[in-house]
Design a protein around this ligand. Structure first.
Ligand SMILES: *Cc1c(COP(=O)(O)O)cnc(C)c1O
Length: 361
């Protein structure tokens, strides 16, 4: 059986260093907001080439706090891609704001800059872009639109650790980059964890205050805050894994290259363009008979996933919120997309096997 993912196998190369990091943190007796979090923040901001990184409890929290820090008026609108993971949209709703869906480009699966301006109104305050599957959005066009209309830009980088557009990293283009270290992500912890990057020192300071009960000095509360702290043990693990992030990304790129060159052309493959350094958090193809293909692969001992089976505006939870927004392109993607195995632990042989079976479909 070729599994879609196996987190035990994925993390096996790091077990020895994790055990050392765990023991050291345990014995230090300092478990919340100590030097492990501070060290990881310094290392990750250096990795992303940003001035600041703030460790948080999850990717969703990073998205929520990024919007919260701007204090937009209730009911203000935030532009977001129609085919994103639900977290991006939830972060807007949890701030009392209105998600305005913009359709993706069918070739890149990322928000189509040409469709943004028609959705901007006098209530629009921000654009939340999502670098889906490990490919960055067209950030120069998006930032030009944001500048023209005086909008904030937040990058959802949960699937794009180390991805580049025009040689500049994800998390370094907008007011904020929101990262998730959920275990399956290219840089994954072994529990929930997240972070935010920014080049704005005032915003970094505000997020640091918000994550810790709105407090800079213990028991003195300046803001209506949260408890959203990255913990010391996960930070220590993340520092271990960060050293290998480029190798992880490169391995996934090598596996993607095999799929791209060997899969028959009746599978619609991800586009490749020299402006983009893709990190393939997910390698998806599209096919009209997606469900039959998934079943056929399973019968041939190959597990796949669907990211995602249901478009956000068709989710039960979104009734009365965004279900009146029409998104045919997102729906077409959701009906035809299939994610193939592309873990750090998969070998080239695994991928060649998947290709061989797929090309007989
Ligand atoms: C994983 C993910 C998130 C949420 O991250 P959590 O750490 O699970 O909260 C947000 N956006 C996208 C695009 C994701 O893939």
């Amino acid at each position: 059986m070729i599994e879609y993912e196996n987190l035990g196998k994925l993390n096996a190369p790091f077990f020895d260093e994790y055990e050392k990091a765990f023991k050291q943190t345990l014995e230090s007796g300092w478990y919340i907001l100590g030097n492990k979090v501070q060290a990881f923040e310094t290392e990750f901001s250096a990795y992303c080439n940003t001035k600041h990184c703030i460790g948080l409890a999850s990717g969703l929290d990073a998205l929520i706090l990024s919007l919260r820090s701007f204090d937009f008026e209730k009911g203000a609108e935030v532009i977001v891609p129609s085919n994103t993971y639900i977290a991006t949209i939830l972060s807007i709703i949890h701030n009392g704001l209105k998600p305005v869906l913009v359709e993706p480009d069918i070739a890149t699966y990322n928000i189509d800059p040409a469709k943004i301006e028609e959705k901007i109104t006098s209530k629009t305050r921000a654009i939340m872009v999502v670098h889906l599957f490990g490919k960055m959005c067209e950030m120069d066009s998006i930032n030009a639109i944001a500048k023209k209309h005086n909008l904030k830009v937040i990058e959802d980088c949960a699937q794009a650790h180390g991805a580049l557009y025009k040689n500049k990293k994800a998390g370094n283009w907008g007011d904020f980059g929101a990262f998730s270290f959920y275990p399956t992500k290219n840089l994954g912890a072994i529990a929930d964890a997240g972070a935010m990057t920014t080049n704005d020192s005032d915003l970094a300071d505000k997020i640091k205050t918000l994550r810790n009960y709105g407090s800079k000095t213990k028991y003195y509360n300046e803001l209506v805050g949260f408890n959203s702290r990255l913990d010391e043990i996960q930070a220590a693990f993340l520092s271990v894994k960060l050293k290998k992030l480029d190798a992880i990304n490169q391995h996934k790129r090598n596996l993607a290259k095999l799929y791209l060159s060997e899969l028959k052309s009746y599978f619609i493959k991800p586009v490749v363009h020299p402006d983009y350094f893709d990190v393939y958090h997910i390698f998806n193809i599209r096919h009209e008979k997606r469900d039959a293909l998934k079943e056929y692969l399973l019968q041939n001992q190959i597990k796949t996933e669907i990211h995602y089976p249901v478009a956000p505006n068709k989710q039960k939870a979104m009734a009365g919120i965004i279900d009146n927004q029409i998104t045919p392109i997102a729906e077409k993607i959701h009906q035809t997309t299939l994610s193939l195995p592309i873990s750090f632990y998969h070998s080239e042989q695994d991928i060649l096997k998947v290709i061989e079976v797929m090309n007989k479909f």
